[in-house]
Design a protein around this ligand. Structure first.
Ligand code: 6PG
Length: 468
């Protein structure tokens, strides 16, 4: 009996996805360029529906037509190498799916290249880490709807399912839309995580809470409006014991954060489209600053502002930080979804913003209760110009903004770096302010460069002969 599909790339993500597919009754051929990972798969993951191959030729011959081939290798050159190796075998109507974190510009290029050969290509965003890949990730598919109808059921079957039974997999839109949606998901993930880290810093430094207390605080947050995967695992990470038996592991982790690039790509995409992604930018910058640990530590000895001033009651601090996080979350999603809306028009993706929030409800890293509220907001008004205009979020902002400001001021007075939260407030204030000082920018531009400006009482652009 022929295999239903194939998967190339047997790293952790690839192996887990293959097993997930096999568990759902599909017969899958698996292959890796280096023999060691095929051996490893054979030894550790033997499955009646998964057939390992050492030879691409034989793997391709084992497939039903039209052949469906999933590529799950490191984004970048490796994807192009796999496509090149596949080309001699590919026939009209075959389907190639790239499930890695590829850059959407590469996806567009590969889409056109394979389309010219009559081969269907789709860039597919997958979120949920290795556990998600094994037991149900969120899946964001691009390409064409017509092509999706030929393979979408497989991906829907293996995806996570939300509490209402809906699969967290859908056709997102045309061309590179799947990878674009995943890229922005990761950008939001950066902001979400940095907000949590800043809240941790405030609670730890100004509240003086122990790791166990901090874990309990995040557990309590996970029962309220902030309920989310990231908040839940924050509690777990904080209470994990050090395997060397010296207290909590968190206190032994070096204060430097890495990044693989999708956050940076989101920021670049924001500049390209002209959307304010200040929180994601700040989250990337915070990771850059974290890298200079040695210099930071030296300077911290001279920093005078570290006199700890806190709120009088610890209970008040916990509640206010919860509201501070909630405001930050609304602003981060408002920015990310604004990029979706504007990029959709610019690139003809035809994205459905409510649908994006719907498939983020389970399986992915940013899965959260909050996403239901975003879906509802877009159901109430599919052309909503910004999340902060939705009546539900407007009301939440009114309730929480004062606390967010108070915590931010407190952090600032104590020289605690909470850049993403500052940006959240700057964004909300900017978006709700009728004068942001741009009249002066225009005046200055016209003064030194005759760039012209518009008057409030007349149509059209004009230059003014400024007196000295
Ligand atoms: C996911 C994750 C996943 C990964 C990213 C972010 O949705 O499953 O976003 O794609 O964790 O690569 O990694 P960095 O923080 O290293 O950029």
């Amino acid at each position: 009996m022929k295999n239903d599909l194939a998967l190339i790339g047997l790293g952790v993500m690839g192996s887990n996805l293959a097993l997930n597919i096999a568990d759902h009754g599909y017969k899958i051929a698996v292959y890796n360029y280096t023999q060691d990972l095929v051996d490893k798969f054979k030894n550790e993951n033997s499955h009646p529906n998964a057939e390992p191959f050492y030879d691409l030729d034989k793997m391709m011959a084992s497939l039903k037509a039209p052949r469906i081939i999933i590529i799950m290798v490191t984004a970048g050159k490796a994807v192009d190498s796999v496509i090149e190796a596949l080309k001699p075998y590919l026939a009209q109507g075959d389907i190639v799916l790239d499930l890695g974190n590829s850059n959407f510009n590469d996806t567009n290029r590969r889409f056109r290249e394979l389309q010219n050969l009559g081969v269907v290509f789709s860039g597919v965003g997958v979120s949920g880490g290795s556990e998600g890949a094994r037991h149900g990730p969120a899946i964001m598919v691009g390409g064409t709807k017509e092509a999706y109808d030929k393979f979408g059921t497989i991906l829907e079957d293996i995806s996570a399912h939300a509490y209402d039974g809906k699969p967290c997999c859908a056709f997102m839109g045309n061309g590179a839309a799947g990878h674009y949606v995943k890229m922005v998901h990761n950008g939001i993930e950066y902001a979400d995580m940095q907000l949590i880290a800043e809240s941790y810093l405030v609670l730890k430094t100004l509240g003086g809470f122990s790791n166990e207390e901090l874990a309990q605080i995040f557990e309590s947050y996970a029962k309220g409006p902030l309920e989310s995967y990231l908040i839940k695992i924050t509690a777990k990470v904080l209470k994990e014991k050090d395997p060397k038996g010296q207290g909590n592991l968190i206190d032994y982790i070096v204060d430097k954060a890495g990044q693989k690039g999708t956050g940076k790509w989101t920021c670049q995409a924001g500049f390209e489209v002209g959307v304010d992604l200040s929180m994601i930018d700040a989250a990337c910058n915070a990771r850059f600053i974290s890298g200079s640990l040695k210099e930071r530590t030296l300077r911290s000895k001279e920093c005078k502002a570290q006199s700890v001033e806190s709120l009088s009651s610890k209970e008040a601090l916990i509640k206010k930080v919860e509201n501070y996080l909630y405001v930050g979350k609304i602003a981060a999603y408002a920015q990310g979804f604004d990029l979706y809306a504007k990029a959709s028009k610019l690139y003809d993706f035809d994205l459905n913003l409510g649908k994006i929030a719907e498939i983020f409800r389970a399986g992915c890293i940013i899965q959260a209760k909050f996403l239901n509220d975003i879906t509802k907001a877009y159901e109430r008004n599919p052309t909503l110009s910004n999340l902060i205009d939705d009546p539900f979020f407007k009301e939440k902002l009114e309730l929480c903004l004062d606390d967010a400001r108070e915590i931010s001021i407190l952090a600032m007075k104590n020289a605690l770096p909470t850049p993403v939260m500052y940006e959240a407030l700057a964004y909300i204030d900017g978006m709700r302010c009728s004068c942001v000082g741009a009249n002066l920018i225009q005046g200055l531009r016209d003064y030194f460069g005759a760039h012209t400006f518009e008057r409030i009482d007349e149509e059209g652009f004009r230059h003014h002969n400024w007196s000295n």
